[in-house]
Ligand binder design. Structure first.
Ligand code: 5GP
Ligand code: MG
Ligand code: MG
Length: 179
């Protein structure tokens, strides 16, 4: 697996340090709120698992799955709910936990849907942000790292369902895509 990686963009240690900072900041910002963290499967699971442990106030968690990309590298623009949340959202301050904000279409759509369920507030925490690729007007409230316009894998992010278990964020060798 490691031999497929061209370069490491964000190391394990950098991820750890940044998530500790984000967790501390979120703990302060939500001290008087009713935090419900909503993880968008599957890419955000590792970030979610680390971020929730860096949060020192009460936090509830829930999961949902949407599909937009299939197994390839290009967006289809089509987003559908594959698994919905278990909890009703009224009274909660929602923090959507995402792996990467790319075109922004997925989150734009999700926020519309979640807003119809009367939460107190909705904010976004994304591990990675690719602002160059944005197609809709959306900005993360909490962001780990800005990344260049390259397809990245690892720390939850996949290519064709592989590489999610790499402990760092990296870029694949071009020849991996042609297999
Ligand atoms: P968006 O709707 O913002 O374009 O992107 C939604 C989803 O596309 C992300 O949550 C992620 O699953 C996938 N995606 C976007 N860019 C990348 C990337 O560089 N690498 C990987 N592995 N997935 C990406
Ligand atoms: Mg995602
Ligand atoms: Mg994917």
């Amino acid at each position: 697996m490691r031999e497929d990686i061209l370069k490491v963009l964000i190391t394990e240690q950098e991820l750890k340090n940044k998530i500790a900072q984000l967790g501390a900041q979120i703990s302060r910002d939500y001290a008087d709120k009713n935090l419900l963290m909503v993880s968008v499967l599957k890419g955000s699971v590792i970030f979610m698992a680390d971020l929730m442990r860096a949060i020192t106030i009460h936090a509830r968690v829930d999961f949902m799955a949407v599909s937009s990309y299939g197994s390839g590298v290009k967006t289809s623009g089509v987003v559908k709910i594959v698994k919905d949340l278990d909890l009703p959202l009224d009274g909660y301050d929602i923090l959507i936990v995402e792996d990467i904000l790319d075109s922004g279409k997925t989150l734009d759509y999700l926020i519309d849907i979640l807003n119809q369920r009367n939460p107190k507030s909705i904010k976004i925490a994304t591990l990675l942000d690719k602002p160059e690729r944005r197609e809709v007007n959306i900005k993360p409230d909490y962001s780990g790292f800005v990344v260049p316009d390259e397809f990245v894998v690892g720390y939850g992010l996949d290519y064709a369902e592989k590489y999610r278990n790499l402990p760092f964020v990296g870029v694949l060798k071009p020849e991996v895509y042609s297999h």
